[in-house]
Design a protein around this ligand. Structure first.
Ligand code: F6R
Length: 255
């Protein structure tokens, strides 16, 4: 794992932005795996600014999002379809027909998982998978105890995750209980993984992911098996790591 500890959240997001832009500029037909959540918002805003400044084009890029809530139509204001359209897709030159998210209201959820996997394969696999991390160590919506070999399927969300996501739903509206998510095996198939963690509330999960035992108790720890995984954190999210001096020695200030 390449561990890049940046001085603060801004620097972490800027570092991630640079990696994505370099990847797309080197591979104009890149297949990006995308994540949602609060961590990604400033990153997508910066990618939009970079596109507007002419630093990158997404015209040849294909995308696959990690997950979508079950029982929520794409046009719902809190769906991940809406999040991606509002924050990223409608502001860049990507061909909308090459943007993919799992359907949240499929007739057959098992078939939907298989269809999504087949689409990823048909696109040639994911070249760069972007990831956030849950306070409980989840990646995508692979909650603790998820199989490390799992593929796209339905997961029941933990109460921790539902509580974390409640802020995005109107008061009184129930937060979804289930999501369709790429599996850990699907994520590990990406040729490169880039996980971003910022804030003190991610510190324990970050330590478990990087320095803990590989275990379904911390799904993100499966990234220890990945040959090309980069973890970008700010100082707060790195605060529980034991080998900080080493990471800083190898990549001072996350550079
Ligand atoms: C969402 C996803 C999740 C989030 C994680 C962190 O697509 O994949 O794993 O990345 O829950 O969310 P934030 O950034 O809101 O803390």
């Amino acid at each position: 794992m390449k561990v890049l500890i940046c001085p603060d959240r801004d620097a972490a997001i800027e570092r991630a932005k640079g990696i994505i832009i370099d990847h797309v500029n080197a591979k104009p037909k890149a297949v990006l795996g995308l994540a949602t959540g609060g961590t990604m918002v400033p990153l997508y805003e910066r990618l939009v600014s970079a596109y507007q400044a002419g630093a990158v084009s997404f015209a040849g890029v294909t995308t696959f999002n990690l997950d979508e809530y079950i029982g929520i139509p794409p046009e719902h204001p809190c769906s991940y379809h809406t999040y991606m359209r509002d924050i990223l897709f409608q502001h860049i030159d990507i061909d909308q027909s090459r943007t993919h998210l799992p359907h949240g209201m499929p007739d057959d959820v098992d078939a939907e998982g298989e269809r999504y996997e087949a689409e990823i394969t048909a696109a040639g696999g994911i070249s760069l998978q972007l990831l956030g991390i849950g306070k409980n160590g989840h990646i995508g919506f692979n909650e603790p105890s998820s199989s490390l070999a799992s593929r796209t399927r339905v997961k029941t969300l933990t109460e921790t995750t539902r509580n974390a996501n409640r802020q995005y739903f109107p008061e009184g509206e129930e937060t979804p209980r289930f999501a369709l998510t790429m599996g850990i095996g699907t994520i590990l198939d990406a040729r490169e993984c880039l996980l971003i963690a910022t804030g003190a509330d991610k510190a324990q999960a970050v330590a478990d992911m990087i320095e803990g035992a590989v275990s379904a108790a911390c799904p993100a720890s499966a990234l220890q098996f990945h040959r090309h995984a980069t973890i970008i954190t700010d100082q707060e999210a790195a605060s529980q790591l034991r080998l900080t001096d080493y990471y800083q020695h190898v990549h001072p200030d996350g550079i």
